[in-house]
Design a protein around this ligand. Structure first.
Ligand code: GLU
Length: 494
């Protein structure tokens, strides 16, 4: 197991929304840093200015903070190896590109887009895989340098060795061997002077003293190129770990945009910000994603400190993981029950407010323990307990008709419930419940029928937190008034 302090980074491109995959990559990096007493760095890889989406960087930062996956160095907090935004490091990459050219590991390429297009078409006709044909690789160094000095438009390409093979080692997958002739002369710096990922990330990982690169498996294809770049500079190689991919719930392929939108209709999402808005809690989301690719026992309930304590990169699992939203519900519910009442009250409060309720703290604190065992997501608190903040509730008449009883029988039961309650000195749980149970005995009605009518009358809902505790919060006066109103409703509708 890794024990010396690591330096790891989460290096997202701000090109879209922060999804589960990004969250998990960040989390694994964070856990390794915390496990070893190392540092976790956020680096924004925004060299592809055309793909940069306004607001995406902020969503990433907000997402990390919400999850509690805090970084030690990053664009908004700085650190000793900044800047942490690649768009602010353009000159650094150019300098390292020049170094590679001088050492003979890279070369300027002056090929025009028209020439490259024709080359591509010819290759297609010959059924060859697309690759650069090496035209400018053959130019003399002095010649090329003179053309660059004269201001001729060019890109910088990596000069891949043509002979032999490259062995790149992934901690989970072992050695990956590829024939060098199958690796293209990739572009490192574009004609606008911006470096591409292949150069920028390798340079930054070196300068930022990154010891472990934990990243998505989409980089496995160009992994051999990356180690060649690092070796061309003569730098030490970090440990590489390519994580598993996420598959859609069926396990067949990746989730499409359309399927992601469909999930949202069912109250699920693959985007971190949405999960927050849907009432999931970070503890549940973390527990869910941490197990999608880590071989601790399935079903393990883990808090962030427990994850840190148990985390071992050698036990990460590279095989694909299917997204299972049922497990997200399970872990969220489980972690909600682990919160203190005060903590939970503070978290459900904004959901009531967003639904338009004026929240009374005394009531909020009383209702919280009643719903804690019953909600899966925070927003369910509103549906279940919003009535506590209403001055009045209006039950639907059909809900007042108990299962198995007629309108008349329900009305009669309601009258008896009302007179039983009215006769009591108070409506505390200990007083009201035995009296109503006695009524059940005496009338031969079902407990479900009696309690059901009372529940609908005083809460306005068929499903509510425990009835007697709820009546205590509503209070004697309001409870009796609501019961009386229900009695009147049967009459005026019969
Ligand atoms: N910017 C890359 C991405 O978002 C980062 C890959 C890496 O971690 O090196 O996929």
């Amino acid at each position: 197991m890794e024990t010396s302090p690591v330096r790891v980074r989460f290096a997202p491109s701000p090109t879209g929304r922060m999804h589960l995959g990004s969250g998990r990559t960040a989390l694994y990096n964070y856990l390794l840093a915390k496990r070893t007493g190392g540092k976790f760095i956020l680096r924004i890889e925004d060299t592809d200015t055309k793909r940069t989406v306004p607001g995406a960087e902020q969503e990433l930062i907000d997402g990390l903070r919400w999850l509690g996956v805090d970084f030690d160095e990053g664009p908004d907090i700085g650190g000793p190896y900044g800047p942490y935004r690649q768009s602010e490091r353009k000159e650094i990459y150019q300098q390292y590109a020049r170094e590679l050219v001088e050492k003979g590991h890279a070369y300027p390429c002056f090929c025009t887009p028209e020439r490259l297009e024709k080359m591509r078409q010819d290759q297609q006709k010959r059924k060859e895989p697309p690759h650069y044909d090496g035209n400018c690789r053959r130019l003399g160094q002095a010649d090329a340098a003179a053309r660059v000095a004269a201001g001729e438009k060019h890109v910088i390409r990596f000069k891949m060795p043509r002979e032999g093979s490259t062995v790149a080692r992934d901690l989970l997958r072992g050695d990956i061997t590829i024939e060098n002739k199958n690796i293209d002369d990739y572009i490192l710096v574009k004609s606008d002077g911006f470096a591409l990922y292949h150069l920028a990330a390798m340079v930054d990982d070196h300068l930022m003293k990154i010891t472990h690169v934990i990243r998505g498996s989409e980089w496995l294809g160009t992994f051999p190129l990356h180690v060649n770049i690092i070796r061309a500079f003569g730098w030490e190689e970090p440990v590489f770990i390519h994580l598993s991919v996420f598959l859609k719930p069926s396990g067949k392929g990746k989730m499409s945009k359309r399927e992601a939108a469909d999930a949202l209709k069912d109250g699920y999402s693959i985007f971190i910000k949405d999960l927050k808005d849907l009432g999931y809690i970070p503890e549940g989301v973390l527990n869910w994603i941490v197990l999608m690719g880590w071989g601790v026992a399935e079903g393990d309930v883990l808090t962030l400190p427990e994850m840190i304590e148990k985390f071992d990169i050698n036990h990460l699992n590279p095989s694909p993981a299917a997204i299972n939203f049922t497990k997200l519900d399970h872990f969220t519910g489980t972690h909600i029950r682990m919160l203190t009442d005060a903590d939970l009250a503070g978290r459900i409060r904004p959901f009531f407010e967003a639904a338009g309720y004026t929240v009374n703290d005394e009531i909020l604190n009383k209702l919280t323990p009643l719903i804690k065992e019953r909600i899966v997501t925070l927003d369910e608190a509103v549906e279940m307990a919003g009535f506590f903040f209403k001055e009045d509730v209006v039950p639907a008449l059909e809900d007042l008709i108990a299962k198995g009883l007629t309108h008349e029988q329900s009305a009669e039961a309601a009258r008896q419930i009302l007179s039983t309650l009215e006769a009591l000195p108070d409506l505390r749980h200990e007083t009201a419940e035995p009296a109503l149970r006695a009524l059940v005995e005496q009338t031969g009605l079902g407990a479900g029928q009696v309690f059901g009518i009372l529940r609908v009358a005083v809460t306005g809902q068929r499903v509510s937190p425990p009835l007697f505790e709820s009546m205590e919060i509503i209070g004697r006066e309001k409870s009796l008034a609501r019961m009386a109103r229900a009695v009147a409703m049967y009459q005026s509708n019969s």
